[in-house]
Design a protein. Sequence first.
Length: 501
Amino acid sequence: MEMYSKAETLELRKKHIGPSCKVFFAKDPIKIVRAHGQYMFDENGEKYLDCINNVAHVGHSHPDVVMAAVKQMELLNTNSRFLHDNLVQYAKRLTATLPEKLSVCYFVNSGSEANDLALRLARQYSGHYDVITLDHAYHGHVTSLIDISPYKFNQLGKEGKKDFVHVAPSPDIYRGKYREDHEDPAGAYADDVRNIIEKAQKNGCKIAAFIAESMQSCGGQIIPPAGYFQKVAEFVHKAGGVFIADEVQVGFGRVGKYFWGFQLQGEDFVPDIVTMGKPIGNGHPMSCVVTTREIAEAFGALGLEYFNTFGGNPVSCAIGLAVLDIIEKEDLQGNATRVGNYLLGILKEQQKKHSLVGDVRGVGLFIGVDLVKDQQKRTPATAEAQHIIYKLKERRILLSADGPYRNVLKFKPPMCFSMEDANFVVDQIDELLTDLEEATLSKAKNSLPTNMQSKRKLPTDGSSQLESNNENISPINGTICRHENGFSGESHTMPCKRIRT
Ligand SMILES: Cc1ncc(COP(=O)(O)O)c(C=O)c1O
């Protein structure tokens, strides 16, 4: 039994929750009251297929995770200044999934805390300050990370980018500077990083770190060409900096074959610092930074104690251990490979069938469908992507659209996602793409002289996000604006828009 009706919940939220905290589907938000596996249920018991919650990694409300939390909570929860076996056992298990030199852990509570600490480690170790980040990257909500997240600071206009931040092109071989037809995109994108370093050094700047997600998620489901990280690491090391791999979204076996996304680059690549979050605790707020002994010792040499009240508490570590156990016991990496390959395959069929599908890319259960208005020009189909996610919601499927143009349908479901789920969502997408293409065709015919027109028109009942996507947006100063989970109606064809708060 709910305490409040949906309308009351919404009212109270408006009154007491900060206006910049957004809801999915602002025009008709969903109230979720329970979830299980890859399904979420609203207050009326309606079931939604969840294609977006990578936090509920081993499935929503997994009973083993719940039990691990309850058992440990009943016994003890305290800070890491006391010796406790859960902390060391978890650190041992976690580091066993990583290359040998990544052996020292710092436990924190969110992806942002992890990345902020990673910056501190990098700066202390290198004695440098500047950071190279990828275009469209998002690394967290705290001040230090907004500074290195073009996804956010680009919305602030010219003043958004600080002088110590250097932005490298996103290694996107579909839409980026060097594409799939380039003979060595990995080398070309890495050379850009080398040029950035040289230019920065000429201006007296010193590079502390290069930070990148192992695959860019908010940036549009980008999979860097293999070999790119190795080359970048070489240049960054030469400049005295370190390589930070942000695995907050993509780690813990999501890519199927490997436990970590950076391993897709090849066995010869090992980052200096890895940051983790979201899936690590299956919804429980915990996260971690893993680094080398050398970097950890340089950090320790500062003489400051690192203390974090909640980081590494026995309950969090018990939950972390349960998540690792479930990934193994339920062969979720195997499932990510099998279902991921299948989903990728049936989405590629859609690409052959629909001119709106420009690119389908992904690994394991991390997949992006790049929608375009024009196959040749690769013009992002932003309004169409927004239309599709709104229509999918009506069909009880939760999907998001993201990337710099918010035209990339983004799959990152709980790892228990099944073949049936894949078929269901792709069938629905197929229908919606067909409708959209037919409507576009009919609109084109309608614009012909009347004696050449067909009768079909675009829907005019306001149900189409294509028509209604001006709602909730207001102008700001000339930059493309975005919102992490992509549920506001905004079109890149209106470049000065921001979600109204
Ligand atoms: C790649 C990446 N890094 C870091 C963060 C920040 O994590 P949190 O929201 O847990 O602070 C996010 C959050 O979306 C993220 O996507």
